[in-house]
Design a binder for this molecule. Structure first.
Ligand SMILES: Cc1ncc(COP(=O)(O)O)c(C=O)c1O
Length: 384
C-alpha cells in the first residue's frame, strides 16, 4: 500500500500521526452505496468510529446519514453536512441536555433503550412543543461471535430493551403524546465476520414484525445497526469489506413490507481500512525473554490493543535489512498494558524506523487521549 514516495513523505512528518487514504475511503463509500442502493436500504454512518471532520464531510457527501451516540456527535454531524432528517441518536444513557439537542435540531429518530428514557424524551419534546420520532432498540439475544468486549446483542448486555418487555414498552410509548413510534432498532456487536448472526438477526426482526402486526402496528423503519467486520490480518488483500454479500443475505432473509425502510449503522467497515497510524522507533531494548521495540506512539494514540486485546497488522516501513527478528512492540506510557503486540516478526528494526499500524481508521484517532499529558497524534491526508 505504501510506495516509496509516500514513505519519503512520511519521513518528513512529525510522529506519531494518523494518515488517511481519501481515495480508499471514497472507493469504500461508492462500493457501499451501490450495495445498499440495489435494495433501497439507508445507511447512517456510526460517527463514534471516527468523527474527524474531513472524514465526516467525505461520508456525508455520498448522501449517507449519521448515527450518533452523544449530543456533541449530533452537533458535529450537522456541522459536517449530514442533514438532520438523516441523523439517528442511539445510546443507553442520553442526558437531558443531549436529548434536547436532538429535539431542537429535529433529528430523524431517537433509538430508545428503556421505558424511562421514553418518558424523559416525551417530557422534553413536550417542553419544546415538538413530537420526537423514536425507534425501540431491542436486545435480540444473539451471539455475534466477536470479541466479548464488543458483543452487544446478548441477553445480559446493558444495551437494548429485553425482548420480553417489548409489548409493554410499545403499549406505554403509544400513550405518550409527544412520542411517535416509527420503528425497531437492533445492534448486535462489532467486528462481525461470520454472516450467521445477521441471518439470525433477520429472523428476530421478522418475529418482532409478526408480534407488531398482531398488535395492529405497522412501523415504517427497521434498523439493523452496524457491526460488519474488516480484515485486520491482510488489509491489502481486502481493503474494502464485502458489503454486497451482506446486503444480498439481508434481502434474502428479512421480511420487509411495502413502504418499510431498512437502515444500517456501519462504522468500522467504512473507515477502518483507510487509516494508518505511523510511529517512530525510539529504542531497541533486548531483554531476557524478548526484544522490545519502543515506539513514540502509545495507547493514548491507539488504544484498541490495550482496551480489547485487538490486533493491528504492524509493518516496518523503513528497514533496510533482509534479516528478520522478533519484537514486542510497546509504547512509552507508564502502564504495563501499553503494548501493541508481542512476538511479531519484522525486518531488523533500528532507532528511527517508521512503524505502521494498519487498519487504524476506526476507533483509533477518536479514542486518543492526553494521559501522561501527551500530545494528541497529528493527522495527515493522502490528498493534502
Ligand atoms: C448502536 C450502534 N450502532 C452502530 C455501531 C457501529 O458499529 P461498527 O463500527 O461495528 O459498524 C455501534 C458500535 O458500537 C453501536 O453501538
Amino acid at each position: 500500500m505504501f510506495d516509496k514516495e509516500l514513505i519519503k513523505r512520511f519521513e518528513t512528518l512529525d510522529t506519531p500521526f494518523y494518515y488517511y487514504d481519501i481515495q480508499l475511503l471514497r472507493e469504500t463509500l461508492s462500493r457501499l452505496k451501490s450495495a445498499v442502493d440495489k435494495y433501497g436500504y439507508c445507511v447512517h454512518y456510526a460517527v463514534k468510529a471516527n468523527a474527524n471532520p474531513r472524514i465526516l464531510q467525505e461520508i456525508s457527501s455520498f448522501g449517507f446519514g449519521a448515527d450518533c451516540v452523544s449530543g456533541n456527535e449530533v452537533l458535529r454531524a450537522l456541522e459536517c453536512g449530514f442533514p438532520a432528517d438523516k441523523v439517528v441518536f442511539a445510546g443507553v444513557g442520553k442526558s437531558d441536555t443531549e436529548i434536547e439537542i436532538g429535539i431542537k435540531n429535529n433529528i430523524f429518530c431517537f433509538n430508545v433503550e428503556s421505558l424511562q428514557e421514553l418518558e424523559v424524551i416525551n417530557k422534553i419534546a413536550g417542553q419544546n412543543g415538538k413530537t420526537a420520532s423514536v425507534a425501540l432498540r431491542l436486545n435480540p439475544g444473539i451471539d455475534a461471535h466477536t470479541n466479548k468486549c464488543i458483543n452487544t446483542g446478548l441477553a445480559d448486555s446493558k444495551f437494548g430493551i429485553d425482548f420480553n418487555q417489548m409489548e409493554a414498552t410499545i403499549t406505554f410509548a403509544q400513550k405518550l403524546s409527544n412520542i411517535k413510534l416509527i420503528g425497531i432498532h437492533f445492534h448486535i456487536g462489532s467486528q462481525i465476520l461470520d454472516k450467521e448472526p445477521y441471518r439470525l438477526l433477520c429472523q428476530r426482526s421478522n418475529e418482532m414484525q409478526e408480534k407488531l402486526s398482531l398488535m395492529g402496528l405497522d412501523l415504517p423503519e427497521i434498523n439493523l445497526g452496524g457491526g460488519l467486520g474488516i480484515d485486520y490480518d491482510d488489509p491489502d488483500k481486502n481493503p474494502v469489506p464485502d458489503f454486497e454479500s451482506l446486503m444480498d443475505l439481508i434481502h434474502a432473509n428479512l421480511d420487509v413490507k411495502d413502504r418499510q425502510r431498512v437502515h444500517f449503522e456501519f462504522g468500522r467497515a467504512i473507515v477502518a481500512q483507510c487509516g494508518t497510524m505511523v510511529a517512530k522507533t525510539l529504542y531497541i531494548k533486548p531483554a531476557s525473554q524478548t526484544t522490545f521495540a519502543i515506539v513514540d506512539a502509545g495507547f493514548t494514540d491507539l488504544i484498541r490493543p490495550a482496551l480489547y486485546g485487538a490486533h493491528h497488522k504492524i509493518e516496518n516501513l523503513t528497514s533496510h535489512y533482509a534479516q528478520k527478528d522478533k519484537y514486542d512492540i510497546v509504547g512509552p506510557i507508564c502502564e504495563s498494558t501499553d503494548v501493541f503486540d508481542t512476538g511479531i516478526t519484522l525486518p531488523k528494526t533500528v532507532r528511527g524506523d517508521l512503524i505502521a499500524f494498519r487498519s487504524a481508521g476506526a476507533y483509533g484517532e477518536i479514542m486518543a487521549s492526553r494521559y501522561n499529558l501527551r500530545n494528541l497524534p497529528n493527522v495527515y491526508y493522502s490528498d493534502n
